[in-house]
Design a protein around this ligand. Structure first.
Ligand SMILES: CC(C)(COP(=O)(O)OP(=O)(O)OC[C@H]1O[C@@H](n2cnc3c(N)ncnc32)[C@H](O)[C@@H]1OP(=O)(O)O)[C@@H](O)C(=O)NCCC(=O)NCCS
Length: 263
């Protein structure tokens, strides 16, 4: 039985983390995930090197004792009101089923006794992860649908606030946010790799002018993506493709009393 050691993620772990994430996902989903973009290694390195800049973000690593190779990692957020969020967890295939993911979550919670609720999102078809969360006591809270449509054409270039900084981030990391304004509306959308435009809201997903306008600036964009509450899909009249369902799950951390509850 191998013993594992858990600790902070180091700047030189970040390339291994991105490789681990890419190999842990179905290739068809990678274009939609900032975590699967090669530039994520540089993005994570900034978070690891300057932890004070993002105090709410916690990255935990797992290694076998005496072996420097990263075998697992988890990326958490500390939200307000005693809520923690598991943004991502991945374990190397060679080390799965040995309790590493369970221990990464326990490490995070043990160091933060004020966290009374944990939340996370998991794809409906991710059986191993769903089994893990069910065993830990997580319960279904809501469902989001991932939908895509082709980028519409024929737009004119919109205003983009802070464009030089956004372009610099895009070229360094491969993803960024754009605060876009057209004659009729404004929205923040995301660029994800060369081909995906993340609409971020149903309104933007349905706004042909806005989407086509952004596409004039980034001609390699081909697909618009959105994640919305499942029920919102009934409002969509454009031709879209359902890419998958994702469930928000939450856990009342055992033995901890939620704020405001009588003890
Ligand atoms: C989901 C994932 C992170 C789980 O990691 P893991 O380290 O294998 O998880 P654990 O070992 O803690 O738990 C997995 C199983 O091993 C079992 N297990 C835990 N400790 C064990 C031990 N010491 N010996 C034997 N089995 C053990 C658990 O009971 C659990 O069984 P279950 O599948 O019936 O729940 C891993 O499969 C993975 O990286 N998948 C790809 C990335 C991914 O999908 N991430 C989740 C995104 S939401």
């Amino acid at each position: 039985m191998v013993d594992y050691v858990f600790g902070p993620v180091r700047a030189d772990d970040t390339k291994q983390i991105v490789d681990l994430v890419r190999s842990s996902f179905d290739e068809s989903r990678a274009p939609f995930l900032a975590y699967a973009q090669p530039g994520m290694a540089a993005h994570l390195a900034v978070a690891v090197t300057h932890p004070a800049a993002t105090p709410d973000r916690v990255l935990v690593s797992a290694r076998a004792v005496g072996d420097d190779r990263l075998l697992g990692f988890a990326d958490f957020r500390v939200l307000g009101d005693g809520v923690g969020f598991l943004s991502y967890v991945a374990v190397d295939e060679s080390a799965r089923g040995e309790g590493i993911a369970t221990a990464l979550i326990s490490e995070f919670l043990a160091a933060r006794p004020h966290i009374v609720t944990m939340k996370l999102d998991v794809f409906r078809d991710n059986e191993p992860a769903r089994r893990l969360y069910a065993r830990l006591g997580y319960e279904h809270e809501s469902t989001s649908a991932w939908a895509t449509r082709p980028v519409p054409s024929g737009g004119s270039e919109p205003q983009v606030a802070g464009l030089p900084n956004a372009l610099a981030a895009y070229s360094a990391y491969g993803f960024c946010e754009l605060a876009v304004a057209t004659a009729s509306t404004s929205a923040t959308v995301g660029l994800l790799g060369p081909s995906i435009l993340n609409a971020r809201s149903l309104t933007a997903f349905l706004d042909d002018d806005l989407l086509a306008g952004v596409a004039t600036m980034f001609p390699d964009l081909s697909t618009v993506f959105v994640s919305v509450p499942e029920a919102a899909l009934t409002e969509i009249t454009v031709h879209y493709r359902l890419e998958g369902l994702s469930d928000r799950m939450s856990l009342a951390v055992p033995g901890r009393t939620p704020r405001g509850s009588a003890s």
